[in-house]
Design a protein. Structure first.
Ligand SMILES: NC(=O)c1ccc[n+]([C@@H]2O[C@H](COP(=O)([O-])OP(=O)(O)OC[C@H]3O[C@@H](n4cnc5c(N)ncnc54)[C@H](OP(=O)(O)O)[C@@H]3O)[C@@H](O)[C@H]2O)c1
Length: 240
């Protein structure tokens, strides 16, 4: 896949479909993609509240678990970035796998190859934290309070790895709205408890042109970023 387009030459801009576009990471992906010269299709169930306007942006209203919506959103796109997510819950979760299944099928029908999706550092059943204390805490969260969510992320990962597409799975740790300072990337595990959403958005967009992580799962983090537990509870759990 070629690098981000300049928008000034005779070639049309590469178009990205961003799923989860109206979430806090998705909005940054959309804005940064436009800044890099991409054309963007943003899928959201709440188009009326989408804050970005641009002549290379198309906002599609609809649910990513609806086949016709997905087909329509994918029309004219060259690659897909998914930041779809849902709140921590005890209840059954299906949005990751249901939207993943549909986007894989729609991409195959359309002959598209490049798919970049976000799951989480917490997705593996044998999740590892930094040191024994964090590992015990993360496994407790993984296998009790957030089990249904992480189990569905694993289902999504299975669908994507079996897709035959040019996929990259991205597993960040806890996200924050801090300014981006650059990201680290590693196979499977990474030493870092947090990631700025701005860095995650940049990493996802780098993948559109970078072939190094095709067919691989990337652990990512913002080096040196420490999450404030009170802020995490207030902004990432209670606000939802
Ligand atoms: N928060 C964390 O600390 C954390 C940690 C690790 C990984 N992650 C993952 O990182 C990604 C980004 O997280 P985030 O906290 O920035 O975003 P988020 O708050 O999880 O929002 C994701 C967006 O997904 C969209 N969405 C959900 N169900 C949908 C559906 N059926 N159809 C279409 N859109 C749907 C929602 O937008 P609309 O309502 O507008 O449609 C929502 O704004 C997610 O995959 C999340 O699971 C998060």
């Amino acid at each position: 896949m070629t690098a981000a387009p300049s928008g000034s030459g005779p070639e049309r801009a590469q178009r990205l479909l961003v799923l989860g576009a109206n979430g806090p990471t998705g909005r940054l992906v959309v804005q940064q993609a436009l800044d890099r010269g991409f054309a963007v299709t943003a899928l959201t169930r709440r188009p009326e509240s989408f804050p970005v306007e641009h002549d290379r942006l198309t906002v599609v209203g609809g649910d990513a678990t609806d086949e016709r919506t997905m087909d329509a959103a994918l029309d004219g796109c060259d690659a897909v970035v998914s930041t779809i997510g849902t709140a921590y819950t005890w209840r059954p979760v299906q949005v990751y796998s249901a939207s993943g299944r549909l986007v894989v099928e729609a991409m195959r029908r359309a002959g598209l190859r490049r798919l970049i999706i976000v799951t989480s550092m917490g997705a593996p059943r044998e999740v590892h934290g930094k040191g024994l204390g964090q590992t015990v805490l993360m496994r407790l969260l993984r296998n009790t309070f957030s089990r249904t969510l992480y189990d569905d992320m694993l289902r999504l990962e299975q669908i994507v790895t079996a897709s035959g597409l040019d996929w990259t799975i991205v597993r960040p740790p806890g996200l924050s709205n801090d300014p981006g300072t650059g990201y680290a990337i590693a196979d499977t595990t990474i030493d870092g408890p947090g990631m700025a959403r701005a860095d995650l958005a940049a990493m996802l967009l780098d993948q559109v042109a970078d072939t190094a992580w095709i067919g691989r799962t990337a652990a990512v983090a913002t080096p040196g970023l420490r999450l404030d537990p009170v802020k995490v509870v207030r902004e990432e759990i209670l606000k939802r």
